[in-house]
Design a protein around this ligand. Sequence first.
Ligand SMILES: CSC[C@H]1O[C@H](OP(=O)(O)O)[C@H](O)[C@@H]1O
Length: 355
Amino acid sequence: MATLQAIKYNDGQLEILDQLLLPESCIFIPICNVEDAWAAIREMKVRGAPAIAIVGCLSLAVELRKLAAPETKEELCRFVKEKLDYLVTSRPTAVNTQLAAEACVKLCARLTDNTSVDTTAAKEDIIKHLEAMLADDIADNLAIGEHGARDITKKNATKDKLRILTHCNTGSLATAGYGTALGVIRSLHKANKLDQVYCTETRPYNQGSRLTAFELVYEKIPATLVCDSMAAAAMKQFKIDAVIVGADRVAANGDTANKIGTYQLAVLAKSHDVLFYVAAPFSSIDFQIPNGQSIPIEERPHSEMTHTGSTRTAAAGINCWNPGFDVTPAELITGGIITEKGVFKPDQLAPHQSN
Ligand SMILES: CSC[C@H]1O[C@H](OP(=O)(O)O)[C@H](O)[C@@H]1O
């Protein structure tokens, strides 16, 4: 069965599935430029670290396709860098957009230095580079799924089928297709090694109840929705074999920023002797920061906590704290960090980074 598609890109036309309307309505909206992308990402019409980077880069490709080639490559590269710097501000915790922007700026520098490439050819090369994000993510996700399923199966060799708990949404609605943590779950299901997925609601945006549950029901993967507050009881009651979550930014030492509530799941997993995995493309690892203390944590609007849609559900006037993410220390990531390059201990990432 085909997985759901959050991003549609055909010949310079970009559309995204408006995730604020799920699960009731499946409505695609056009993204015509970088400003549209910034707003859609900020409002979380599209979310998920890889999907954010892909939509941001594709929105720039859409603009460049319509842009008359500037007089010089310097002007072109200034335009590209300004747009990428703006995109990075839409959601500061996820590193994928920042790293994609840095790679594109490096390409611009190479093209500028290459005297045999004129401005028009340089613009075409940059568009191709930005559009490649989609295919790269799809390939990475499939490898993450396979590596993760193999490792979890090996570490639970006595079990016929496995019970997995996951948090937030890390599937087709957070990536270009197969998913990261949910991709591992898809691979376990395909290998007939999955007994049940327990997905947490993931307050306050409810990525779990609105998005992950939607994907799992759509693909008929056996799943049970639990409230965030039920996680400890679920680990005890259902004898969960592993917790698998995604990542928005992994620091060089393996500390991982992910959706708020991840840290407490890692603490609970430790106390219940349950393996805890992070699944993410290697591009989510930020070797420029030494540990999790340096990861910027995005604060989200209080209305996401006090309202459900337009209906107020919390007392007017109450103060709120609404961090979008928390940081799980590397020592609690006991299963390992699952990437397209393999599964690594959190403190074993550096030797595998690309040159
Ligand atoms: C495929 S990783 C997705 C990652 O992004 C989510 O955050 P948000 O829904 O706010 O974009 C969550 O942290 C997931 O693990």
